[in-house]
Design a protein around this ligand. Structure first.
Ligand code: NAD
Length: 485
């Protein structure tokens, strides 16, 4: 397989009320992290254009929310088919603007097709729940009712999956959307929206904007028209947006950072653990909220684990996703490289050994070497044990008792993915009960597929995305109690 980059379209304008328009606040470069070169541009909205997008979403709500749910679903399913047909264009676009490898880009587009299709199928299945009436001849019903126009703000690292998850659920529920996608991966978001339009989405139902992120979000959360905010991104920005939304009591779903621990018990098969988790660690250059990033390994396996994980990390071929044989891509921008260098330096200052990597790769673009940080004590205050690294870097520390491992895993202020490797049923139950985590893989990964709800706690946010719960996040459960005349 190879990627035909001539298929990529790397500019992104705004979509307001069904019309593609240039942003009147100028534009930013769309940069290929794999080369550091400009490959396109992203248009920036003025405050007036953000208002136009809000007004368009408000005007489109009455007809979209009352359209037969199965018709809404048909549009999502048609968009899924179109994305599958135009997968080569989507793969080339996502690869060039995010620095992903070909395998990562193909995997993401496949998941995005599935996500649109699943939400499309689900649209017609949103059901009211009927309860016994309080008197003869009466009934009570809880009816999921679309909230209204909603704001959706996404991160750059899975630009297709995040767009399809949020738009799929909001549209299935019957909401209209102002979609502020990341300026770091704008063309993928543009393509998803374009395909929805081609599939028959009426004007104004989804409005795509880019701009000064803080100003746009402040405007969206201050608008009385916007009834909910669904955000995926960093913990710091999520907290700021939650505070902005609070005075208007806008419902928020926050899908934020993670720092997934992997607990490897003494009965685990080291080769299996590494084969199972390495792809999730180094896929998308480690820039995933569910990437394993802290390995806690029983002391009896620790030495061989460090040796084998180091060898695995060294086996990755760093480079641009369009090159054959590349298995590890670029990170988003120089800011991520700098943050990773700082984490490595701080870990060394706390006594860690860097068994491989630890440096920016000396080549054009933004590349960080696959890095293993070994030997930090469980109670170390090294920043890498508590801050999401969001890069191709993992720590390995040794433990003696399961309780110690759980305490160390829970020491980071996130509650998202966690992984456990052991044959013992009793130990699995103890670890699962003790771990502060929302998405646990036992002897396997824990992929967030379209049919299951996923949501964090603590610095990982709150609310759910995916599954029926993800659609209900965009609904009010309206309780109707009725009796005859
Ligand atoms: P980010 O927080 O920098 O940006 C996310 C979005 O917020 C973007 O659209 C951005 O333009 C906007 N934004 C940035 N600064 C803002 C500000 N001051 N005010 C308002 N909006 C602002 O995050 P990122 O670098 O795009 O993504 C990485 C983060 O996203 C990581 O922490 C990762 O774990 C998290 N993430 C979480 C999930 C999940 O499902 N929980 C999935 C993917 C990514």
């Amino acid at each position: 397989m190879s990627v035909d980059t001539s298929r990529a379209r790397l500019d992104a304008d705004l979509l307001i009320n069904g019309v593609w328009v240039e942003g009147k606040a100028g534009h930013l470069d769309n940069v290929d992290p794999g080369t550091g070169q400009q490959i396109g541009h992203v248009s920036l909205a003025t405050g007036d254009q953000v208002n136009e997008a809000i007004t368009a979403a408000e005007s489109a709500f009455a007809s979209w929310s009352t359209l037969l749910p199965t018709r809404r679903g048909d549009i999502l399913k048609r968009a899924a088919d179109l994305l599958a047909e135009r997968a080569e264009e989507a793969v080339a676009t996502i690869l060039l603007e995010t620095g992903k490898t070909e395998a990562d880009a193909r995997g993401e587009i496949g998941r995005s097709v599935d996500t649109l299709r699943w939400n499309g199928e689900q649209a017609g299945r949103i059901q009211a729940t009927t309860y016994p009436g309080i008197a003869a001849g009466s009934r009570r019903q809880s009816r999921p009712t679309p909230l209204g126009p909603v704001a959706v703000v996404t991160a750059w690292n899975f630009p297709a999956v995040l767009a399809t998850r949020k738009l799929g659920a909001a549209l299935a529920a019957g909401c209209t959307v102002v979609f502020k996608a990341s300026e770091f991966a704008p063309a993928t978001a543009r393509l998803i929206v374009e395909l929805l339009l081609e599939a028959g989405l009426p004007a104004g139902v989804v409005n795509l904007i880019f701009g000064d992120p803080a100003a746009v979000s402040a405007q969206l959360t201050a608008s009385p028209a916007i009834k909910a905010l669904s955000f995926t991104g960093s913990t710091a920005v999520g907290k700021a947006l939650a505070a902005q939304a609070a005075p208007q009591l806008i419902r928020t779903v926050l899908e934020l950072g993670g720092h997934a621990p992997v607990i490897v018990m003494d009965d685990a098969d080291v080769d299996h653990v590494i084969a199972t988790t390495a792809g999730a660690k180094f896929g998308s250059a480690g820039q995933s909220c569910v990437a394993p990033s802290r390995y806690f390994v029983h002391e009896t396996l620790y030495a061989q684990f460090v040796e084998k994980l180091t060898a695995k990390a060294r086996s990755y071929v760093l480079g641009h996703g369009i090159q054959d044989g590349v298995t590890l891509g670029a990170v988003a921008h120089q800011g991520r490289v700098d943050a990773l260098l700082q984490l490595v330096q701080d870990a060394q200052d706390h006594g860690a050994t860097i068994t491989t990597g630890g440096q920016q790769e000396p080549r054009d673009g933004f590349y960080f070497q696959p890095t293993i940080v070994a030997g930090l004590p469980l109670t170390s205050h090294a920043a890498i044990l508590s801050e999401e690294p969001f890069g191709p870097i993992a720590t390995v520390s040794s433990f003696t008792t399961p309780a110690e491992a759980v305490e160390a895993a829970n020491a980071a202020p996130y509650s998202f993915a966690a992984y456990v490797f052991t044959d013992s049923l009793q130990t699995r139950d103890e670890l699962v009960a003790g771990l502060n985590a929302s998405n646990i893989g036992i002897n396997q990964l824990a992929p967030s597929l379209p049919d299951v709800p996923l949501g964090g706690l603590g610095n990982s946010g709150y609310g759910y995305e995916g599954g029926t719960e993800g659609i209900l996040a965009f609904c009010q459960l309206r309780l109707v109690s009725e009796s005859a005349g």
